[in-house]
Write a protein that binds this ligand. Structure first.
Ligand SMILES: Nc1nc2c(ncn2[C@@H]2O[C@H](COP(=O)(O)OP(=O)(O)OP(=O)(O)O)[C@@H](O)[C@H]2O)c(=O)[nH]1
Ligand SMILES: [Mg+2]
Length: 249
């Protein structure tokens, strides 16, 4: 029987432009499947227990998956309050969705607790790569190194990626052009104090990492006393003696 005990409950929100794959990421996390999805109307909820860090703390992530459509913006931003973690998602094949990350981040900073841990999620990498490519030095706890030359963001030279694109001749027909490089995404994350991960909800690449790395950062903050239990920050710990573990329904 599935072990439903937990050490922490954390509230998460998923946000970002419509059709970037937020609901698909959540379904991959909770049900480990990839299905046709309808645009979210307002918000949807999903939850799963994940094991976090070397100590294997059992963390129940309770996720509010918000609609990216502009007309829901005032409703969805009200769900940001009290979140301990946030997944800010864009589609690597749609530059516009990356351009809007700044505005989503502004909303998050405005409505969420100041201690919210945010991970920038570069989704749909399966559309432009046949396997997940290693993203050097940006795993949790390893700061992303600044490039030795300033990043030129002009469209003509927007490719300082550490991983060069696959040669066109070997490119399968259905691969799309990647419009936002690893370097751009990771650098944006670094500059704004966010974690960074590349994912494919379709293939399942990086999805658990996105939720787990965020949880690790939240638990670090709890350890350092930067987050209060049960106070804003969306963290709930098991109560009572250390041997006792919370049960979820
Ligand atoms: N190839 C590919 N398609 C994806 C991926 N993630 C999502 N999609 C597709 O992108 C479309 C939108 O996905 P959703 O998960 O509904 O997007 P959303 O961000 O929840 O959209 P809203 O609810 O409108 O905000 C669907 O057709 C998905 O099947 C992915 O990783 N790879
Ligand atoms: Mg959705």
């Amino acid at each position: 029987m599935e072990n439903l005990s937990w050490d922490y409950i954390l509230k998460y929100v998923l946000l970002g432009d419509s059709a970037t794959g937020k609901s698909s990421l959540l379904i991959r996390l909770t049900d480990d499947r990839f299905d046709l999805t309808e645009p979210t109307l307002g918000v949807q909820f999903g939850s799963r227990i994940i094991s976090v860090g070397e100590e294997g703390k059992r963390v129940k992530v309770q996720c509010w998956d918000t609609a990216g459509t502009e007309s829901f913006r005032s409703i969805t931003s009200s769900y940001f309050r009290g979140a301990a973690g946030a997944l800010l998602v864009y589609d690597v094949t749609r530059r516009e969705s990356f351009d809007h990350v700044t505005s989503w981040l502004e909303d998050l900073r405005k409505y969420a607790d100041e201690n919210v841990s945010i991970i920038l999620v570069a989704n749909k990498i399966d559309l432009c790569s046949i396997s997940p490519e290693p993203v050097p030095s940006i795993q949790y706890g390893h700061p992303f190194p600044a490039p030795s030359t300033p990043l030129d963001t002009s469209s003509s030279s927007r490719s300082p990626s550490p991983t060069p694109p696959a040669p066109t001749t070997h490119r399968p027909k259905d691969l799309k052009l990647r419009q936002v490089t690893t370097m751009e995404g990771a650098l944006f994350a670094k500059q704004h104090g966010l974690l960074y991960v590349e994912t494919s909800a379709k293939e399942g690449w990086g999805v658990t990492d996105a939720f787990e790395w965020t949880a690790r950062e939240v638990l670090e903050k709890v350890k350092k006393g930067e987050l209060e239990r049960r106070k804003p920050g969306g963290v709930k710990l098991k109560e009572g003696n250390p041997g006792k573990t919370g049960k979820c329904c």
